[in-house]
Design a binder for this molecule. Structure first.
Ligand SMILES: *C1O[C@H](CO)[C@@H](O)[C@H](O)[C@H]1NC(C)=O
Ligand SMILES: *[C@@H]1O[C@H](CO)[C@@H](O)[C@H](O)[C@H]1NC(C)=O
Ligand SMILES: *[C@@H]1O[C@H](CO)[C@@H](O)[C@H](O)[C@H]1NC(C)=O
Length: 309
């Protein structure tokens, strides 16, 4: 066989093969197939749930029987998480669980994990409770915190007052983070979210010890982020914080219940109003979700512009 004939036969076979195996496609359809997954046609509900990735995640929110913690817990629950509610006493924690469970159809996604997060024995018991109930943890929100009665530094500070606020606001979250890390590291997208405060960023009169603990929270968050980032065993674990401004909560009842006091506090906020708890929950939802997978060691201020202005 001459060389040129062989080339002709091979060329013919090649063309035939191409024609036999390629099914003609209308142009628009093949263009659609090349689009990335995020462009695939689906309902906005499906898009949001896969974008956030919260369905089936397990969250622990410390100090969540009331106030901002409760609002955070309710939001995570409604977004698809299984949620552990934490308060110091079992009875009030269980009562909060019963109320919160009514927000969703599948009530079996809310559990009580009662205990004092400023007592390491309780902290360990809370983690054991989560292990025995569901065997995993994806999201830790270190929310529990206390404030001291307002007073100038020299009156407010004593070894006892420092001891109590340090235990709840700093050591408690440190121990809870430490005890939950083994579980969080196993999560495909572990999250630690610390609740700091706008007055972890700026000073505040008659409140020095609280400011100190919240400032510490910010830098702990960044340091832990530095520890975790890029480590093989911590996979996609991220550590971030939120810094709420002044919110309408029981903790702030002292100045939200009287009209005149409320007006004078509102006047100090650039947006001229206090925050509603669900407005902080939105920020936590973002940090808890897959949508924040590249946000690391960040702090999100939710303060009506207080620190910026
Ligand atoms: C927040 O950041 C890390 C991770 O949770 C933790 O070690 C730290 O103690 C947490 N809480 C505070 C008080 O910053
Ligand atoms: C934190 O853990 C340490 C070591 O286990 C313990 O000594 C300390 O009392 C704990 N602090 C709190 C606030 O639980
Ligand atoms: C980490 O996140 C990336 C991006 O979302 C994902 O592709 C990967 O599977 C995750 N890694 C692990 C170990 O879960």
């Amino acid at each position: 066989m001459s060389r040129s004939l062989l080339v002709t036969i091979l060329a013919f076979l090649g063309v035939a093969a191409t024609q036999a195996f390629v099914v003609p496609q209308p142009k628009c359809q093949s263009a659609l197939r090349q689009q990335p997954l995020s462009m695939v046609r689906r309902s906005s509900e499906e898009y949001l749930s896969s974008f956030l990735g919260l369905d089936g995640k397990v969250a622990l929110v410390t100090g969540s029987t009331g106030g901002l913690g409760r609002s955070i817990a309710e939001t995570l629950l409604q977004a698809g998480c299984t949620v552990f509610i934490n308060g110091r006493k079992l009875k009030s924690t269980q009562q909060a669980v019963d109320e919160i469970a009514k927000l969703v159809e599948d009530e079996g996604r809310v559990f009580a994990a009662a205990g004092d997060t400023s007592d390491v024995k309780d902290t360990c018991a809370i983690v054991e409770e989560i292990k025995s109930k569901v065997g995993k943890l994806d999201i830790l929100v270190n929310n529990a915190g206390i404030n001291l009665p307002e007073a100038p530094f020299e009156e407010q500070y004593s070894p006892d007052s420092w001891g109590s606020i340090n235990k709840v606001n700093i050591e408690g979250p440190m121990n809870m983070s430490k005890e939950t890390l083994p579980l969080l590291k196993k999560s495909p997208a572990g999250r630690i979210i610390n609740v700091s405060s706008m007055i972890g960023h700026v000073g505040n009169g008659d409140n020095s010890l609280y400011c100190l603990t919240k400032g510490a929270m910010l830098l702990f968050t960044k340091s832990l982020a530095a520890d975790m980032a890029g480590k093989k065993d911590s996979r996609n674990l991220t550590v971030n914080s939120v810094s709420p401004g002044i919110f309408m909560t029981e903790m702030n009842a002292k100045f939200t219940e009287e009209k005149e006091k409320l007006a004078s506090v509102e006047a100090t906020v650039p947006m001229k109003r206090l925050g509603k708890p669900e407005e902080l929950a939105g920020a936590v939802l973002y940090l808890a979700s897959d949508a924040s997978s590249y946000t690391m060691g960040a702090d999100l201020l939710v303060d009506g512009g207080f620190v910026a202005v």
